[in-house]
Design a protein around this ligand. Structure first.
Ligand code: ZN
Length: 217
């Protein structure tokens, strides 16, 4: 999870209708009402200037994280499986479903919650967000070059920081699937401590074109 700066809220969410109502507020209210009526209501994105709003937003989100999943940092430019993640789930927090700060570019893996997540549900507020001003990878995590896992930064004295890191690893299953192996393979392939940018000379690109950028820090 690499830090990024969130850009300004896009026009499609801020646009005011004839009655002076802002789109995102109007859509949040509408979705909240729909869910109240029917808890299994189907969520759908609205249109703005004849374009689905999710298509507009995903371009902005992609630019913001340089086409990396906001949570695991998988690199997937134009990847079809990437979609928009509602950080506060849209069914539990319908009044944030169209709120810019709640939306992130996300890979398929990071959208799947672990089976036992219900045991932690009250801890959602502890899950880290990569666009927060005080977030940095080093503060909360370290990359273990022996097994490819993301570990809690044990040198951080703050107990709450360590808990937040630990909850975030569980929430996005950062060491689940085959992720440690994939990261380790990337590390072996591209990392070179002797190079100024820690990327092997053979790689003809920039850090932003590699997955798991925290490997090189
Ligand atoms: Zn991901």
């Amino acid at each position: 999870m690499m830090k990024f700066n969130r850009g300004l809220c896009p026009e499609c969410l801020l646009h005011k209708d004839k009655n002076g109502k802002i789109n995102c507020e109007k859509w949040n209210e509408k979705w909240t009402k729909q869910l109240k009526k029917n808890t299994s209501a189907r969520f759908s994105w609205h249109q703005y200037q004849n374009q689905p709003v999710n298509e507009i937003l995903i371009d902005d989100l992609r630019t913001m994280s340089d086409s990396h999943c906001a949570f695991c940092d998988k690199y997937a430019p134009e990847h079809d499986s990437d979609s928009i993640e509602h950080f506060l789930p849209k069914k539990l927090y319908p009044s944030f479903a169209f709120t810019w700060e709640n939306l992130f570019l996300c890979c398929g893996g990071c959208q799947k919650r672990p089976k036992n997540w219900k045991d932690y549900h009250d801890k959602l507020a502890l899950v880290l967000k990569p666009d927060k001003a005080d977030y940095s990878f080093d503060r909360y995590f370290r990359f273990d070059t022996r097994d490819g896992e993301i570990k809690v930064n044990e040198w951080n004295d703050s107990e709450i920081d360590r808990e937040r890191a630990s909850i975030t690893i569980i929430y996005f299953q950062l060491n689940g699937f085959k992720r440690p192996k994939v990261r380790l393979d990337n590390f072996k392939k591209f990392y070179d401590a002797k190079e100024p940018n820690k990327i092997k000379k053979e790689f003809d690109g920039t850090l932003n074109e590699l997955p798991y950028r925290f490997i090189y820090m």
